[in-house]
Design a protein around this ligand. Sequence first.
Ligand code: NAP
Ligand code: HSE
Length: 428
Amino acid sequence: MKPIKVGLLGLGTVGTGVVRIVEGHQEDLASQVGSPIQIGKVLVKDVSKSRSIHVPDHLLTENAWDIIDDPEIDVVVEVMGGIEPTKEYIMEALDRGKHVVTANKDLIALHGREIKAKAKEKRCDVFYEASVAGGIPIIRTLMEGFSSDRITKIMGIVNGTTNYILSKMSQEGAGYEEVLQEAQQLGYAEADPTSDVEGLDAARKMAILATLGFHADVSLEDVEVRGISRIKKEDIAFAKKLGYEMKLLGIAERQDDQISVVVQPTMVSTAHPLASVNGVFNAVYVYGEAVGETMFYGPGAGEMPTATSIVADLVAVIKNMKLGVNGQRALTPYKEKKLKSDEQIAYKNFILLHVEDKAGVLAQITQVFAEYDVSLDSVVQQPNPNNPDAEIIIITHYASRANMNKVFEHFEQLSVIKSIKSAYRVEG
Ligand code: NAP
Ligand code: HSE
């Protein structure tokens, strides 16, 4: 039987896993798709580099056009990363009628619309399961598993690096810088960790999930982002004391077709299943009007988990080829994007204030909340022998972001408040 030929762009961590799975699971894969799958050519930057997997020399190339222009190659698997020249390679491959599987969340979040339009025009598949939460099949779940439901909330721990750092800070009471350094030494965090720790990686993934879950074209600029680099170990200690874990959560919500998507450090109640997701693991919680609460958990990165998703996409492409239905799964957003205003976004808040320790201070503070219609869930004064000021911890009920902003502005003018030490969203 004629094999299906795959051109692999990249033979790094994920590319190596793809070769291992295609070779190691060959018999099962061929039984499922009805043809052998063959790695036809592999693009690398440096063919002379020593590799952890043997790929015959004649398959390796430093010239992408050896793959893009090869009429024998049916599917291009892109695992080289980056935006350019990667985007050009993908667009040119689609132009030549080749299907594309990619793990590249940056490219899909930034140029997904253009790439999907080209794929539709050329009746090609573009699948990108591995781009969000590595080994968790969350994209197929949103597109197919929940196609009958109306999703109203997606909350994700979609960045393993930051979850590792926050878990360590929580478990060991360690500071951010110390744990970041350790994560870099262990290879969990990159030498330049900005994209992970400032929440950009998570924001790209949440833009992809929100687009699929809400059927509206959510772009990166629509995602409000705050990373973890300013979280203090004291904040995490307070969170734990009150029954919360600090997590970098991506939260996408929809009410009456109004959408909001944020990535921000969030205090998650220990009763919520997301609170116990630790280390480099990822999890995505999805709430559907009909199904209710669901959660998907697993490895968010790594050679074999990520390659599992890539090869599953490859299987889907080949099955479509056999049926002659490629290019039909691309779900074009069909709802107009309407973003919520600050008046429409509401959540519970944790606030830590340092205030003058004298009579009447608490009354002044609660008066400000009352003025902006913010109801309080709890107020605790925390004794701290090292601090002559009083430490006040406040947890609000649901309050609109607009009203909370007014509260914070008012606090800046209140002389009894020495500083607003911390403020976090609370979930669960
Ligand atoms: P990687 O280990 O850095 O591998 C990149 C590969 O692409 C290398 O083989 C490199 O060649 C090749 N390459 C890069 N730029 C090239 C260029 N301009 N021309 C030719 N070849 C080029 O990357 P990775 O960790 O496998 O990640 C690949 C993609 O998967 C990225 O989009 C990433 O975001 C995504 N992803 C990764 C993970 C993960 O766990 N690593 C998880 C989910 C998604 P050389 O080998 O010769 O240097
Ligand atoms: N840097 C990402 C993470 C890798 O830490 O989750 C997977 O996309």
